[in-house]
Design a protein around this ligand. Structure first.
Ligand SMILES: NC(=O)c1ccc[n+]([C@@H]2O[C@H](COP(=O)([O-])OP(=O)(O)OC[C@H]3O[C@@H](n4cnc5c(N)ncnc54)[C@H](OP(=O)(O)O)[C@@H]3O)[C@@H](O)[C@H]2O)c1
Length: 307
C-alpha cells in the first residue's frame, strides 16, 4: 500500500510502499479516504513521544481517519466490511498503524464509529482527535451559560471546534488570534472578542474580564500565566500536560475518542451545528508538505485526501 513513512527519526517523511496488515482479533482493516494533521503527528516525528510510547519503525503518521471497513478481525461485533467509519487510530505503540496510508488497522472497540449520512469524508477525516479533545476539555470545565471562557490556541483544530460548542451552550468566549484573518476566523465561529497572542494576552484578558474568567482552555501559550486569569472557583483545562501537580486549578485532559463522543461529533457536524474548519487540503503524496506547513503555523485543520 502507499503510505507516508519514516524509517528513522530525523528522516523527512516520504511516500513509500508498505505491506498492509491483516486485522488481528478485535481489529478492523480500514481503507482510508481521508485524514488530517494533528500536533501529535508532528510530536511523533520529532521524537517527543518516545518518553511515553515505544517507537517501532517504519512509522506512519496520521491519527485521524475516515474510510471504509475492508476486513474485520475475529471477535469483532458491530462492524462489517463495507461500513463507512471514522475515528482516531490509537495503537499501543508508535508504528505503521497510521492513517497517512491507503489502509490502517484500528481497534474495533474504541476510537471508531460509523459515519452518519451527510457527513463528508474529508470532514470526518479531520474531526476525530480535535473534536474529541474539544469535547473532553469542555466536559472537564463544566461551564454554564453566561460564564466566560478564554481559549488560548483558539485558531487551531481543537480550539476552533471547542469554540463553537462553547458558544452554542451560551458561554462567552474570548479567543486568541492574531489581527486580520485569524481574528475574522474566530469571530466568525462566534467568539465575543479576539485577543492578539502576539501581544500581551494576559493584560488584554484582564481588561475584558476584570473579575477573571470562569474557565481557560489551554491549547497553546504559557499555562502558568493563563491560570492566574481565573476567577475564584475557575478551572484551566489543558491538552498539554499542565495539571493539578502544576496548579490546583488545572486539569490535564486526554481526548476521549470513545464511540459516544465520536457519534455526538458526527451528528453535530452532519446536522450543520458544528463546522470542521478545513483550511488546506493535500493529496496523500503531499502529506509531508502538510506536516511541514502545519509546523510553520496553522489556522484550522489541514486535511489529507488519501483516495
Ligand atoms: N491531550 C490530548 O489528548 C490532545 C488531543 C489533541 C491535541 N492535543 C494537543 O493540543 C494542542 C492543540 O491541538 P490542535 O490540534 O488544535 O493544534 P494546532 O492546530 O496547532 O492549534 C494551536 C493553535 O494555537 C496557535 N498558537 C501558537 N502559539 C500560541 C500562543 N502563544 N497563544 C495562543 N495561540 C497560539 C497556533 O498558531 P500557529 O500555528 O500559527 O503558531 C495554532 O493556531 C496541540 O499541542 C496538540 O498536540 C492534545
Amino acid at each position: 500500500m502507499r503510505a507516508i513513512a519514516v524509517r528513522e527519526l530525523g528522516e523527512t517523511p516520504t511516500l513509500t510502499d508498505l505491506p498492509e496488515r491483516d486485522p488481528a482479533p478485535g481489529e478492523l482493516l480500514v481503507r482510508v479516504s481521508a485524514s488530517s494533521v494533528n500536533g501529535f503527528d508532528v510530536a511523533v516525528l520529532a521524537g517527543w513521544v518516545q518518553q511515553y510510547m515505544e517507537y517501532r519503525f517504519p512509522i506512519v503518521p496520521g491519527k485521524d481517519f475516515a474510510g471504509t471497513v475492508e476486513a474485520v478481525g475475529a471477535d469483532v461485533d458491530g462492524f462489517t466490511a463495507g461500513d463507512e467509519v471514522f475515528g482516531v487510530a490509537l495503537p499501543a505503540f508508535v508504528g505503521s498503524d497510521g492513517a497517512f496510508a491507503e489502509y490502517v488497522t484500528v481497534d474495533a472497540r474504541y476510537g471508531v464509529t460509523r459515519m452518519p449520512g451527510g457527513l463528508d469524508r474529508a470532514v470526518a477525516g479531520a474531526l476525530g482527535l480535535a473534536g474529541s479533545a474539544a469535547l473532553t476539555a469542555l466536559r472537564a470545565l463544566g461551564l454554564q451559560s453566561g460564564q466566560t471562557l478564554l481559549i488560548s490556541g483558539a485558531t487551531g483544530g481543537v480550539g476552533a471546534i471547542a469554540l463553537q460548542y462553547a458558544v452554542a451552550s451560551g458561554v462567552r468566549v474570548l479567543a486568541t488570534a492574531r489581527p486580520g484573518a485569524e481574528t475574522e476566523f474566530v469571530l466568525g465561529l462566534g467568539a465575543e472578542r479576539a485577543l492578539d497572542y502576539g501581544a500581551d494576552v494576559v493584560a488584554a484578558c484582564r481588561s475584558l474580564a476584570p473579575g477573571g474568567v470562569d474557565g481557560v482552555l489551554h491549547l497553546a501559550g504559557d499555562p502558568r500565566a493563563l491560570v492566574d486569569l481565573l476567577a475564584p472557583g475557575g478551572c484551566l483545562a489543558s491538552t498539554l500536560l499542565f495539571g493539578p501537580e502544576q496548579h490546583p486549578a488545572a486539569v490535564s485532559i486526554v481526548a476521549d475518542a470513545g464511540g459516544e463522543t465520536l457519534d455526538r461529533l458526527a451528528g453535530d457536524v452532519a446536522g450543520g451545528r458544528v463546522t470542521v474548519p478545513i483550511t488546506r487540503r493535500y493529496p496523500l503524496a503531499e502529506a509531508p508538505r502538510a506536516l511541514a506547513d502545519f509546523s510553520d503555523g496553522t489556522v484550522g485543520k489541514y486535511a489529507v485526501d488519501v483516495e
